[in-house]
Ligand binder design. Structure first.
Ligand SMILES: Nc1ncnc2c1ncn2[C@@H]1O[C@H](COP(=O)(O)OP(=O)(O)O)[C@@H](O)[C@H]1O
Ligand SMILES: [Mg+2]
Length: 336
C-alpha cells in the first residue's frame, strides 16, 4: 500500500437544485447531499463508509463514476482527474470502477438468463473475452461466487436474494475492475445471509486484486471487512479511522452515539453501561438547510457557540492517524 493512493477525493460537494424557493436571499433551494467529503483509498484497501439513510453515501459513490456530476471538489483515480475525463476515458473508468447496488432485484434484468447477464459486458467490450470462451468463463465466475455453474440458463427470479447478490458480484467482476464500490450490498438481505455475502467479497478480494469502498448504514456490518471506516453525517465524513480507532476509541460525539445505541435489549447490560448510553435527541436536520458550522451540533451535548460558527475540519487532532471533525473531539470515559 505504498505510493499514490488509488483513489483520492478532496472537498467533494454535490448540491442538487430542487427548484423550490427558500425564504430570504439565496434563490433556489438545494439539497446539500454531499457537503465536503475527502478521503483516500489505497490499493488493496477496504474503506467502509457508514451513515444513516440520506446522509449522502450513494451520491458520493455515483459522483465517483460520474453517474452524478459533482458541484465542486476533486477526485483522482490513479492520479487522473475523474471530473475532467473525456467520454471515452470515462467508459474505461467505468470498467475499472464498478458499483454493486443494494437491490439485487432491481439491478438484474428479469428477462435475461444469468449467463447473458454475466457475458453482456464481454459482448459490449469485444476485446475482452473471445466469444468461444465466454460460456466457460461465465461458469467459472459463477463457481467463484459460490453458485452452481449448471444454473447458467436460469433467470434471476429463480434465485434467492443472497444468490442474486452473488450474481451481481459475478457481473461486477467480468471486466476485471480495480475498485468495487459496494453500495449497501447486504442491506436488503436477511441477517443470516449478510455475513455470507460479506465473506465472499472478502475471499475474492486478493485473487482479483480489488480495493473496496463498502457502504452501509450500520457500523457493525463493515467492522470486519474494513481496513478503515469513515462515519458520515449530513453530507460530511465526521470521523475516519481503523477498527480500533472507530470501535474502541471514537472521538466524535456522533460516532460515540452510534456505537452506544443498543439495537437489541441486553438483559445483562450493567446499570453503568445503561447510564452511559447516549440517546440522540431529535431527527437528522434537512440537508436543504443544514445547521451552520458543525452539521451535528443541533443534536450534540457538547455543542456551544463555536460549533455554530466554525466548521470543524476533518483533521488529525491527536496525531494518531485518526481524524475527527469535532472541535471538542475526545475519547469517552471507558464504560465500566
Ligand atoms: N437526484 C436527486 N435530486 C435531489 N435530491 C437528491 C437526489 N439524489 C439524492 N438526493 C438527496 O440527497 C441526500 C443524500 O442521498 P443519498 O446519497 O442517496 O443518501 P444515502 O445513500 O446515504 O442514503 C438525500 O437527502 C436525498 O434525498
Ligand atoms: Mg444509499
Amino acid at each position: 500500500m505504498t505510493g499514490e493512493p488509488l483513489l483520492k477525493v478532496d472537498g467533494l460537494i454535490k448540491h442538487f437544485p430542487i427548484g423550490r424557493k427558500v425564504i430570504g436571499p439565496g434563490g433556489l433551494a438545494t439539497v446539500k447531499a454531499v457537503d465536503g467529503v475527502s478521503f483516500e483509498l489505497a490499493r488493496g484497501e477496504t474503506l467502509g463508509i457508514v451513515g444513516e439513510s440520506g446522509c449522502g453515501k450513494s451520491t458520493v459513490a455515483k459522483t465517483l463514476v460520474r453517474l452524478e456530476e459533482p458541484t465542486s471538489g476533486t477526485a483522482t483515480f490513479e492520479g487522473e482527474d475523474i471530473f475532467a475525463m473525456s467520454a471515452r476515458r470515462l467508459r474505461k473508468l467505468r470498467r475499472e470502477v464498478q458499483i454493486i447496488f443494494q437491490d439485487p432485484y432491481g439491478s438484474l434484468n428479469p428477462r435475461m438468463t444469468v449467463g447473458d447477464i454475466i457475458t453482456e459486458a464481454w459482448e459490449i467490450h469485444k476485446d475482452t473475452v473471445p466469444r468461444r470462451q465466454r460460456k466457460t468463463q461465465a461458469q467459472e465466475l459463477l463457481e467463484r461466487v459460490g453458485l452452481d455453474p449448471g444454473m447458467i440458463n436460469r433467470y434471476p427470479h429463480q434465485f434467492s436474494g443472497g444468490q442474486r447478490q452473488r450474481i451481481g458480484i459475478a457481473r461486477a467482476l467480468t471486466l476485471r475492475p480495480k475498485i468495487i464500490i459496494c453500495d449497501e450490498p447486504v442491506s436488503a438481505l436477511d441477517v443470516s445471509v449478510q455475513a455470507q455475502v460479506v465473506n465472499l467479497l472478502e475471499e475474492i478480494q486478493d485473487d482479483f486484486g480489488l480495493s473496496y469502498i463498502f457502504i452501509a448504514h450500520d457500523l457493525s456490518v463493515v467492522r470486519h471487512i474494513s481496513d478503515r471506516v469513515g462515519v458520515m453525517y449530513l453530507g460530511r465524513i465526521v470521523e475516519l479511522g481503523n477498527e480500533q480507532q472507530i470501535y474502541e476509541e471514537a472521538t466524535h460525539p456522533y460516532t460515540q452515539a452510534l456505537l452506544s445505541a443498543v439495537p437489541i435489549p441486553d438483559p445483562d447490560e450493567s446499570a453503568v453501561a445503561k447510564a452511559n448510553r447516549i440517546v440522540l435527541e431529535g431527527d437528522v436536520p434537512s440537508p436543504i438547510d443544514p445547521p451552520s458550522g458543525c452539521h451535528f451540533r443541533t443534536r450534540c451535548w457538547k455543542a456551544d457557540s463555536r460549533c455554530a460558527e466554525e466548521d470543524p475540519e476533518l483533521i488529525d487532532r491527536f496525531a494518531h492517524g485518526h481524524p475527527s471533525a469535532c472541535h471538542y473531539a475526545a475519547m469517552r470515559d471507558p464504560v465500566a
